[in-house]
Design a protein around this ligand. Structure first.
Ligand SMILES: [Zn+2]
Length: 270
């Protein structure tokens, strides 16, 4: 019998492995994987995986060639790079997606080349080698903040909270319409996305380690400080730059657009 081999490949992950402990499977800073096959296409269309939102974790683990690797243990920045590499191996580097122009409101198709996305490395080394720990002092309040970058586990917990939140809203909607026969419309999210992320990232403010106290402190953080802190995170964080300068085909308006990891990314229309 002939010996068939699926093409394999390796990428350098944005963190370069610098934020993982010594014995971590990603410590070497590389992600070795094999190209997508029919097996991964089955994963992408698995109803149960799509429902729980675990589909991308299973996909990454299915293609990964590193022993003992768990997708949840990878930092979000590295996971994105893995997903881009796996996507290219399965559907090529051309990525077309629809987006609306903020000026003229026209929808047009934008074309991105995923193989040309620049990798941004760490802006500054972590507090100690082989840790995911950083420090920042707020310019206004002078609070000393200890924080970490998010990983797959955080992403999973955020997804689960969103599912719970949606169920809660649906239930509320149901009880309101049965009582009043009316719709309550869109109930706004209790916690905006950015605050939610900061609450996960921050481990300590001055000497406070209590999660609830930290949450209260984040809520009263002046905008000046939140902005400075977010700019610092942006500077430190390694990542695949998922943005590109694009020009609207209708009105010639030029802007830097996020390359969305929407359904078109892994489920391109063919
Ligand atoms: Zn336009």
């Amino acid at each position: 019998m002939e010996n068939f081999q699926i093409p394999t490949s390796e990428i350098v992950i944005p963190s370069q492995g610098l934020l993982y402990p010594e014995n971590h499977p990603l410590k070497q800073g590389n992600f070795a994987f094999r190209a997508m096959t029919a097996r991964e296409e089955d994963i992408l269309f698995s109803k149960s995986l799509l429902r729980t939102g675990d589909v991308l974790d299973v996909l990454i683990e299915s293609c990964c060639l590193i022993p003992n690797f768990r997708a949840l243990d990878a930092l979000s920045c590295d996971r994105n790079a893995m997903l881009v590499a796996i996507r290219i191996s399965g559907f090529g580097s051309e990525y077309k997606t629809m987006a609306t122009c903020p000026v003229c409101g026209e929808s047009s198709i934008y074309d991105f080349n995923l193989s040309e996305l620049p990798i941004k490395t760490l802006g500054e080394p972590p507090l100690e080698p082989n840790t995911n720990l950083f420090a920042f002092e707020l310019p206004n309040m002078k609070w000393k903040i200890l924080f970490r970058l998010l990983d797959g586990k955080d992403e999973k917990e955020i997804r689960e909270e969103e599912i719970k939140e949606k169920a809660r809203k649906d239930k509320l909607q149901e009880s309101v319409s049965s009582k009043f026969g009316a719709s309550i419309g869109n109930i706004t999210r209790i916690e905006p996305e950015i605050t939610g992320k900061l609450k996960r990232m921050i481990i300590k403010i001055n000497n406070v380690e209590d999660k609830n106290k930290i949450a209260q402190m984040i809520n009263i953080m002046p905008t000046l400080d939140t902005r400075a802190f977010r700019e610092y995170i942006d500077f430190v964080e390694p990542r695949v730059e998922m943005t590109k300068v694009v020009t609207c085909s209708q009105c010639d308006y030029t802007l830097e657009r996020d390359i969305p990891m929407t359904t078109d990314f892994f489920w391109p229309k063919r």
